[in-house]
Design a protein around this ligand. Structure first.
Ligand code: GLU
Length: 443
């Protein structure tokens, strides 16, 4: 057993990031990196592709671990461990930075690996990266968090670069943290002009883009609509939904799906699940959350356990927190007809095999949650071109990218008579392999 943490952004305490991470306990034996490599292998087995190319794509190729000191508010110095991993085929590599107590190298490797396939599925000119610092942001003051972020950025000074490796928010980090990264990087580069395009997910004032905060959740909702319509020949109107995790991704997905006519019957955070068989009033739940910093205690619903959200009878389940949530043990109890992965790597291979065998449609992370990095790409391009995109333009383009990605993944899955995740990998491996092949191998 080890502790896993789920995203609870509403549980704000000392500052904007405090309480974003809460703890649930779960049997977790699956190595997320190995799990992702097995998904890759499953797709590769369907492809007629040179094994000398596959061998190059199957591993992350840059892994940095740093230990660095931060002065705490009480004057003590504490050591923190930070990571950055790249799965590099083309530049820049792209991916978020996670602040959470459980962060380790294998998790960051898995997430960097996924970013390559996600960016490629979305049609973005990036390969994958991920970073993180093992820390509990809910236990750090704002000053401690800022010093930690600035020191981590200094440690990554020769790694981050607008044309080489561009970080972004992930669990436990936000726009404010991205602003500190941009400022620190610009300072260290000795630039009198800031280097806005070194990081995405920044506050609007610092060159951030309209709509980045909502981007992942909006993308999840759009993909849900496309997948549901395609596979069940019906609209989303009245379809029942459960959303696990009420962080940025979960709360915006719930809000969007509610607005699209779904009946969101259950949502959860680290304090529990709230359930109303007639549908939750999501704007009221959001207002409750903003005030109470948790969905728990919301009046017009039954209170269930943290993990019950996964097992309530619904049409659509959106896991929107952590890895390894749908596992062998709970898969037989999952009743949803469709699982849409708002989180990265929430489903283990065993759970996936079980769900597929009973006909559940699984819309994979590398398609479903690609809206965040897609709008990060718009932000990066906007900053390089010194432009400011209108919100409507951002959302229209996001829709175009998500719709195109869905069509391509669905077609690949149908062509190879396989599931959507394997279809997404086939599509992405094919594209990356032909890129790598055309460049050749140095020396
Ligand atoms: N952390 C997000 C993800 O997992 C966004 C990454 C980015 O915008 O670069 O996709």
């Amino acid at each position: 057993m080890r502790n896993l943490y789920i995203h609870v952004p509403l549980a704000l305490k000392k500052h904007d990031l405090a309480g974003r991470v809460g703890v649930i306990s779960m049997d977790e034996k699956v190595n997320p990196y190995k799990n992702a490599q097995k998904q890759f292998d499953k797709a590769a087995a369907l492809m007629d592709i040179d094994k000398n190319l596959l061998v190059r794509l199957r591993k992350t190729n840059f892994e940095l671990e740093v230990n660095f000191p931060v002065r705490m508010d009480n004057g003590d110095v504490r050591m923190f461990t930070g990571y950055r991993v790249q799965h590099r085929f083309r530049s820049p590599t792209k991916g978020g930075i996670r602040y959470a107590p459980f962060v380790d190298l294998d998790e960051i490797k898995a997430l960097a690996f996924l970013m390559t396939w996600k960016c490629t599925v979305a049609g973005l000119p990036f390969s994958g990266a991920k970073g993180g610092v093992a820390c509990d942001p809910s236990k750090l003051s704002k000053g401690e968090l800022e010093r930690l972020t600035r020191r981590y950025t200094e440690e990554m000074r020769h790694v981050f670069h607008p044309k080489l490796d561009v970080p972004a928010p992930d669990m436990g980090t936000n726009g404010e943290v991205m602003g500190w990264i941009m400022d620190t990087y610009s300072f260290l580069e000795g630039q009198r002009q800031e280097v806005a395009e070194v990081v995405t997910g920044k506050p609007i004032e610092l060159g951030g883009i309209e709509g980045r905060i909502e981007a992942t959740g909006r993308g999840v909702a759009r993909i849900t609509e496309l997948a549901w319509t395609h596979y069940y020949g019906d609209t989303l109107s009245g379809k029942t939904v459960a959303v696990q995790g009420f962080g940025n991704v979960g709360s915006i997905s719930a809000k969007q799906l509610h607005e699209m006519g779904c009946k969101v019957v259950a949502v959860s955070d680290v304090n529990g699940t709230i359930y109303n068989v007639n549908g939750l009033d999501i704007p009221a739940v959001l207002a409750h959350g903003a005030k109470e910093r948790t969905v728990a205690g919301y009046g017009n619903a039954d209170a269930l356990g943290v993990k019950d959200v996964l097992e309530v009878p619904v049409d659509i389940l959106v896991p929107a927190a952590l890895e390894n949530l749908l596992i062998k043990e709970n898969a037989p109890r999952i009743k949803a007809r469709m699982v849409v992965e708002g989180a990265n790597a929430p489903t283990t291979l065993d759970a996936e095999n079980h769900l597929l065998s009973k006909g559940t449609i699984i819309v994979p992370d590398i398609l479903a949650n690609a809206g965040g990095v897609t709008v990060s790409y718009f932000e990066w391009a906007q900053d390089i071109q010194a432009q400011a995109w209108e919100e409507k333009h951002v959302y229209d383009e996001l829709n175009t990218y998500m719709t195109r990605a869905f069509e391509r993944v669905k077609n690949a899955a149908e062509k190879h008579k396989t599931d959507l995740r394997t279809g997404a990998y086939v599509l992405a491996i094919d594209k990356v392999a032909s890129y790598v092949n055309k460049r050749g191998l140095f020396p």
